[in-house]
Structures are given as C-alpha cells and as structure tokens.
Design a protein around this ligand. Structure first.
Ligand code: SF4
Length: 371
C-alpha cells in the first residue's frame, strides 16, 4: 500500500491505527470510512484468492453493515516503524484513517508513536485530532514525566527495537540514549492540530489544543460548516492592541513592540490555519465569506493561511465552458445562495484569484543541541 497522499498540505500518510467513531458534524462525510470500505474489500478479495492481505486485514472489522465506523480501533504494530525507514525528509500526516487520541488508544501506544516521531527528526509529523481534550491529557502526562531527559527516557523505553547507524557503521546506542543526546522538547518536528468545523467546535476544542506543548499548533477547518471568528481570542491583529498608536506604533514593553514574531498572537497561540469545504456525495456548500474572513483574520494576525479546497461546491462557474458543463446547473439551496455543485476538481482551490499555500515558518529539523 502506497503512503503517498493527495491531501494538499501533506506528502505522506502514516497509519499506525485503523478505525474510529464519529464525534461531530464534521465526521458526517468521513473520507476515511469510504477508504476503509475500499481497503476492506481489497483485503477480502485477497483472502478469497488465497493471498495474504498484509496490513489491509486491519480494515476487515472496522465498519458496520452500513459502511460506518463500528467503533473498533485496530493498533497496527507493524506500521509503527515505517517512518524510521524513510530517508528523504517529508511531511507526514499521522493517522489519516483514525484519530490518535481516540479513547480506545492506550497512552502506551501513543508513547510508541511519539517515540518514532522523536527518532525521525528528518520528517515533519502533522497530528490532527477531533479529541484535543485527550491530546492535552496525554501531553500533560509526558510533561509530568519530568525533565527533557526523563521524557527522552520514557519515550526511548517505548520505541521499537532497532539498530542505529552512522556512515561508519552500527551505533551501539539504545533509542533512549539517542533521544537523551539529541531530543528537544517539545519535539520541533511534531505539529499538533485540531479540527474545527464551526464556532461551537472552535470554542470547545481550541482551548484544549492550546494547553498542549507543541512546536506548531494548527487548525484544520475542513469541512467548514459555518462562519468562525478566531480574532481577538486566538488570533490578534497587532493594530488592534490597546497601546497601538498609528503614528508611534506600540509602547515599549508591549508584546508586539519590536517583535514581529509576537504578531502571530499571544503565547501560546495558533500557528497555522487550513480551511476547506466539504466534498463527496451529500456535501454542503461553504459560503465564500467564511474562508475569506478567516483569511483576513490570519493576514491581520500574521498567521499562515492554507486554502485547501472549495469542496464540491464552487462560488461561481469556474469552468471555461459554462454552457457545456452539465454539472453546474444546480444552485445550492439555503442561505449560501448561488453556489454551484461542480465537484471538487472543477471547483479548485483559488480564493479571490490566487492560491493560499502558506505554512508555518519554523525550523522543523530536530536540533542537535538539546533544549
Ligand atoms: S474523527 Fe476523523 S476519522 Fe474519526 S470519524 Fe471523524 S472524520 Fe472520521
């Protein structure tokens, strides 16, 4: 099974877990369920033909008869070490087929995932969860382990057994010793994110995310199902700071004064916002003002913005043969007005005439100097 991903903001998926439970309206058209159905059918075909389905066997027992998650979460031990064998640095989406912080994933297993991420400084790991309250609980237990060295020992204990090598040959060190020597904390190559679909989920989930120690904290606002205000609470426009005078700027001592980095928002703040509309059968349209206003809030606060897709519905006829295009004839119902259902590919990903492909500007290479 290939790990390459067509998701615009990542390069590779890594799935040490398979299976999930729906938690909110953003799960209604869960893409992973559809994929699981396909992979389960492939596994069954392998079995029927007398072939070994390999890792695909984990998809056989996760769906009910309606093709929905049945709540089973399989721990895929044999997938754990995969990133350790990828030499070329890449962005890795962790668990596109599950949720790392699902209640049925034991913390001991999450330790193993974090151990692998810590041992792979060449990659950037993008973790995304709809359960940031459990993410915060887990990150709290790691922090409670003590010093950076204690956390390194704890993760090293959970790491898969492997041989470390240099150019000159095998290195006589355990994973714990490697991590003790080179690990920074929080891990600079691990981005922690939560999914937000409307103001209610923003209000519920963002505070939990912001309790997590992380190099990058980010939001995936896809499918975006309503308008969301992040401004003032989680994204600050430095021009609206109370001490700001257009003529003089900020007062000395103000968090924004002379510190362009602080313009990203108050610590701990949000570092990256990804927005996208819903796609697939039954997808709901995204009002053009919703991604636009989020973009404007990000620009004002200096936070990178990534517009992933319009989804199934476009704000306008975007093809060059509108009269020949049969797929755009259905204006959307409800408050969104004149959106057109033309499919994700045709709808594209330009917003007001350009693409928005911004990423957080952090050095995601693990420092050789521990923090
Ligand atoms: S949390 Fe993610 S994987 Fe789980 S049901 Fe919801 S959308 Fe699907």
């Amino acid at each position: 099974m290939s790990n390459q991903s067509s998701i615009e903001w990542t390069e590779t998926t890594w799935n040490p877990l398979v299976g999930c439970t729906r938690v909110s309206a953003g799960c209604e058209h869960c893409y992973a369920e559809t994929m699981a159905k396909r992979l389960g059918a492939m596994a069954q075909a392998d079995i029927d033909a007398g072939r070994n389905p390999g890792k695909k066997r984990h998809y056989l027992n996760v769906l009910d008869k309606n093709g929905r998650w049945n709540g089973t979460v399989n721990l895929v031990e044999e997938a754990l070490a995969e990133p350790l064998h990828w030499k070329k640095p890449r962005r890795v989406f962790v668990n596109s087929m599950s949720d790392l912080f699902h209640k049925d994933v034991p913390f001991e297993f999450i330790d193993k995932v974090f151990a692998v991420m810590a041992l792979c400084p060449q990659h950037t790991f993008q973790c995304l969860s709809k359960r940031p309250e459990r993410m915060a609980e887990y990150m709290g237990t790691l922090d409670a382990a003590g010093s950076r060295e204690d956390i390194a020992d704890h993760l090293g204990f959970s790491a898969p057994t492997m041989e470390f090598r240099t150019q000159d040959g095998p290195l006589d060190m355990t994973a714990g010793e490697v991590l003790r020597e080179q690990m920074s904390w929080p891990l600079p190559n691990v981005w922690l994110g939560t999914s937000v679909e409307d103001q209610k989920t923003a209000d519920e989930r963002i505070p939990h995310l912001l309790r997590c120690p992380a190099a990058v904290r980010w939001l995936s606002m896809e499918p975006l199902l309503g308008p969301v205000i992040l401004k003032d609470q989680w994204l600050i426009d430095p021009r609206e700071c109370t001490c700001y005078e257009p003529e003089y700027g900020h007062q000395i001592g103000c968090m924004f004064h002379g510190n362009p980095e602080a313009a990203r928002g108050p610590w701990p703040g949000l570092d990256w916002i990804v927005v996208g509309g819903e796609s697939g059968a039954g997808a709901k349209p995204m009002h053009p003002d919703w991604p636009r206003k989020l973009r404007d809030q990000c620009v004002a606060a200096g936070v990178p913005y990534f517009f992933k897709q319009w989804g199934a519905w476009a704000p306008d006829c975007l093809c060059d043969k509108p009269n020949a295009c049969r797929s755009i004839k259905r204006p959307s119902p409800g408050p969104v007005g004149c959106m057109f259902r033309c499919g994700k590919k045709e709808a594209g990903r330009t917003l007001d005439g350009r693409t928005w492909d911004e990423y957080p500007t952090i050095n995601s290479q693990l420092s050789t100097q521990p923090a």
